[in-house]
Write a protein that binds this ligand. Structure first.
Ligand code: ATP
Length: 328
């Protein structure tokens, strides 16, 4: 593997008695879309703002592009692209003016026209900021983060407040940006967004990393990775239940069988190969079910498995008080 382009080790950050980041470590490889995922207040923004040189830390080590951020935050600030919040622009400034203004801050700025093309803003170049839609504002904020030609860009909650269609369009643009060679750190509380976009991610909860890996690795690593639900006609249900209970006792890919809906549905859970146990058994018995469906696991199931709580992006969980759980 190449040297990480961003490396965070045992990061800790407190605000008085409040522990915002307790112990966070991860490494980002060049060219990745790397997700920092978790509910509100988990410590995501504090983590990325610290690694971007915008906040100090109380402990740990951070290297970005080979620079020790905690020692030389200004050097990192100049080389990272950080997505700005929309409120920081004047209502009357146009898309082209904003990009031109920000480009003037850099010796080696990106071409604003190319950025407008990349982010589907060319048709809105002369539109004033206040007249842009939510999606257009977000695209402009991404363009502004890229205007200094950064190797690494941080996008924080970039689709919050967007409707599903604008959100999906933004995801495509993020992939387009990555394809130009920019490594992206994506901060999100949307599990679906992270699952769709990120090559790898960390899930942060109460200031700590609770899961790390690619979405597929994390989901496939769940116990009882795949569930096949078979629904039988009333007359076949008893035979179906017996058949699938029997499959569970002799097939190594099946972990458990659960009956629901008054005995009509049987959920068979096991490895990703569980389907290979269920379908041949039904065929051999010549038992045609009314319906067969697979239940897809998501990153929300991963969150439940590692924290014991249902994922609620709005539910802030209090981290430990400062001093508690300190490691020397
Ligand atoms: N400047 C500050 N002073 C005091 N507490 C802060 C400050 N900034 C953040 N916090 C607290 O630290 C914790 C972590 O906040 P942070 O913004 O990093 O979380 P987050 O995961 O990004 O959440 P969100 O998605 O809501 O932005 C929260 O409890 C927050 O209230």
């Amino acid at each position: 593997m190449a040297d990480p382009i961003v490396e965070v080790r045992n990061l800790r950050k407190t605000y008085g008695a409040k522990v915002a980041v307790d112990d966070v470590s991860f490494a980002v490889q060049p060219g990745e879309i790397f997700g920092i995922l978790g509910p509100n207040g988990a410590g995501k923004t504090t983590t990325v703002e610290t690694l971007a040189g915008l906040r100090s830390a109380d402990g740990g080590a951070v290297r970005v592009l080979g620079i020790d951020t905690l020692r030389d935050p200004a050097a990192v600030r100049d080389r990272l692209g950080v997505q700005l919040q929309e409120s920081s622009l004047h209502d009357k400034i146009t898309v082209a003016e904003a990009l031109g203004l920000f480009a003037s801050f850099y010796d080696d700025a990106a071409d604003p026209r190319e950025l407008m093309e990349l982010l589907d803003l060319a048709d809105h170049a002369d539109k004033q900021f206040a007249r842009l839609s939510g999606g257009q504002k977000q695209r402009l904020s991404i363009a502004l983060a890229l205007v200094g030609n950064p190797q690494v860009a941080i996008l924080d909650e970039l689709t919050t407040g967007l409707d599903p269609q604008a959100r999906r369009a933004t995801w495509e643009l993020v992939e387009r940006v990555r394809d130009t060679g920019v490594t992206i750190l994506l901060v999100s509380h949307f599990m679906e967004e992270a699952e769709r976009l990120c090559d790898r991610l960390v899930v942060i909860d109460a200031g700590r990393v609770v899961a790390e890996g690619s979405p597929a690795e994390l989901i496939d690593g769940l116990e009882g990775g795949r569930t096949v639900v078979v629904r039988f006609a009333t007359d076949d249900a008893a035979r179906g239940r017996t058949l699938l209970a029997d499959v569970a006792t002799r097939h190594p890919d099946v972990d458990r069988v659960e009956v629901s809906d008054g005995g009509l549905e049987v959920a068979v859970t096991g490895t990703p190969r569980v389907l290979f146990a269920v379908v041949p058994a039904l065929a051999e018995a010549d038992l045609v079910p009314d319906d067969v469906r697979t239940v897809t696991r998501t990153l929300e199931d991963v969150f439940l498995a590692v924290t014991g709580r249902t994922y609620d992006p709005q539910a802030e969980r209090e981290p430990a008080l400062a001093g508690e759980g300190d490691r020397s």
